[in-house]
Design a binder for this molecule. Sequence first.
Ligand code: SAH
Length: 312
Amino acid sequence: MKTFPMSPRLAGADPATLRGWVAAGREGLCRMLRAVLRALDGGLNASHPPVASATCDQTQPVPGGLISLVGAGPGAADLLTLRALRCLQRADVIFYDRLVDPEVLAHARPGAERIYVGKAVGACDWPQERIDAVIVAAALQGKRVVRLKSGDPGIFGRATEELAAARRHGIPTEIVPGVTAASAAGAALGRALTERGETDRLVLATGTCRPGDDAPDWGAMLMPGTTLALYMGVSQAARIEANLLAAGVPDRASVEIVSHASGADQRIVTCCLGTLARTVRRQGVENPAIIVIRRPKGELSCSALHPLRRVG
Ligand code: SAH
C-alpha cells in the first residue's frame, strides 16, 4: 500500500495561508486543491519538486495568478529567447533586477507595470524576503507576474527562494531559461568554453558567498581538463588567485575576463593566473564580469595558448 507523506498542516501550508485560502472563497479553494495535489505529487515522486502547472504562453486568463521566473539573458536584447519575449508581452507586472538591460524591458507590454527590485552588492534595500513577498502578493491578486532576472534564472539567481514562496501559497510557477553570462563571455572571446581533448569539463562557480560562509575551494574545481567560469569574482580576485596557486594550478594558466559581455561596454582583459589580482586592479576591471580560467589536460601555459592581449 502507498502512503503519502502529507503534512498534518495540509500540504505544508501554515495556518495564515489556510485562513487566506478559505477567505478567498472559490478561488482560494482552487489554490488549496492545487497545493494538496502538489503535496501528493511530491509524496509519489519526492526527489522531484512539483513542476510548472501553467505557463505564460496561456492565452486565457490565469485566475489564481502565475509567477514566471524569466531569464533576460546577459544584456543584449536580441539574446532574449522567444519564450521570454512572449512572457514580457503577456505580463501584468514585471519585477526586474539591477543587471537587466533597459533595452530588454522595452519589449514588455506597454501597459505592464515595471518594478525595480535590484540589489546592489552588500545593500539591503530589496532583501530577498521582501522580493518573495511582493511577487507572491501580486500573483495572489490574479496577476501574471514576470520575475525578470539577468542571464538564466537558475544560475546564481536566487530562484529557489522565490519558487518556494510561490509554492507555499499554491501559486503556479514556471522557469523560462536564458542565456547565461558564461555563454555570452565565451561568445565574446570567440572561443568555445570546452575544447575537445583539452577541457572536457565546464564548472560554473561563484566567487562570492553568503557572509559567514567559507570561500569556495576553487582549486578543487579546477582539475586538469577543466574550464572554470567564475561569476561575481572580480572583488575576490586576490583570494581566487591565492587559492588556485596553493592548489597547484600553474601560475601560467590562462585567464580571460569578460565584463559587460554582449553589451555596448563589453571589454576583454587577459592575463595569466599569477597576475590575476594585479591585472584586475591595474586594468580597473568592472562588474559585471566573468572570469574564465582554463586548465587544459596538457597544462599549456597561457602564453602558449595565445599572446597576452587586451581588447576594448
Ligand atoms: N543569473 C545570471 C547570473 C547572476 S549573478 C546569469 O545566468 O548570467 C551576477 C553575476 O553574473 C555578475 O556579478 C557577473 O559575474 C555575471 N554577469 C551577469 N551579466 C554579465 C555580463 N553581461 N557580462 C559578464 N558577467 C555578467
